[in-house]
Write a protein that binds this ligand. Sequence first.
Ligand SMILES: NC(=O)C1=CN([C@@H]2O[C@H](COP(=O)(O)OP(=O)(O)OC[C@H]3O[C@@H](n4cnc5c(N)ncnc54)[C@H](OP(=O)(O)O)[C@@H]3O)[C@@H](O)[C@H]2O)C=CC1
Ligand SMILES: O=C(O)[C@@H]1CCC=N1
Length: 296
Amino acid sequence: MSKGTSKTQNKNGSSVTPVSKARKLAIIGGGNMARSLIGGLLHDGWKPRQFRVADPNASQRDLLSQTLGVTVFEDNQEAAAGADGVVLAVKPQALSKVARELAPALIQTKPLIISVVAGIRTADIQRWIGAPVPIVRVMPNTPALVAAGASGLYATPEVNNVQVDFAESMMRAVGLVVWIQQEYLMDSVTALSGSGPAYLFLVLEAMEDAAVAQGLDRRTARLLTLQTVFGAAKMALESEDTPATLRSHVTSPGGTTAAGVRELERGMRDLFYQAIAAAAARSEAIANHYGAEGEE
Ligand SMILES: NC(=O)C1=CN([C@@H]2O[C@H](COP(=O)(O)OP(=O)(O)OC[C@H]3O[C@@H](n4cnc5c(N)ncnc54)[C@H](OP(=O)(O)O)[C@@H]3O)[C@@H](O)[C@H]2O)C=CC1
Ligand SMILES: O=C(O)[C@@H]1CCC=N1
């Protein structure tokens, strides 16, 4: 997982310049994903004054200004004014209204628009804005907060190289970045890495509960579970071997692991196949439903 502090190659093969720490980023919607992204970028050296966050909810705004020190706004247009990048981080059902309201400002000042909204396609956002503005669609995940995020990025043809670098460098500061060439695959990215942390938190819960049922105390069960999952992921990331090979190194013939894996093989692969397919289908359904708003 590379950080955004060194020059690397972007999706066009040219070198990526880390985002200037003078840039201003407006974030429309100050919820969970906004907090994870801001927290990760602050950790990377961004300053609170670089963020202009809009949220209609006063308690949400207070939380953001008190815990992260960022500038907050009730009005989306005020937050977007003068920003180099505008991150759309509202729920899918709120995006059409937000995009239409912001349209005059976005057309006039031409910031890079970055949408982290699940499902909604760039063509629909451009239709709501009323112009073929450059948009980078990003599917991040909440581990961005601890600089261990994973983001899939898709750029519309209007996005220039400087804007590619801006988006890539920003997301790289909070974790891994992968460019996706065909927009429809963003539904699969959403289902895999966007939603993925929740699947793994569920796995953690299940492993911990199973260990408690064996008689371990909750704290011990949690610590051993967390370190085991962390260690396995770190090992798989750093190893040349496939996960299947690494698994074989743990599995002695006739041993304990073989007994455990045999139980998991009774349904776990199918469950993950179904879970990711269901999440991707939901992303597509969100796009078809909420993305159609305002269509002739
Ligand atoms: N959470 C995650 O793991 C991920 C989320 N995403 C995407 O990020 C987006 C935000 O998700 P998340 O942060 O979890 O959602 P949240 O509900 O936590 O945050 C959205 C925020 O936007 C506010 N809001 C509602 N209407 C407006 C408006 N008109 N203008 C400005 N702000 C508004 C909401 O206020 P109120 O609560 O009062 O309605 C809320 O505070 C979604 O589209 C989601 O698909 C993408 C990747 C991962
Ligand atoms: O659950 C959701 O819809 C969002 C998108 C990916 C993660 N959270």
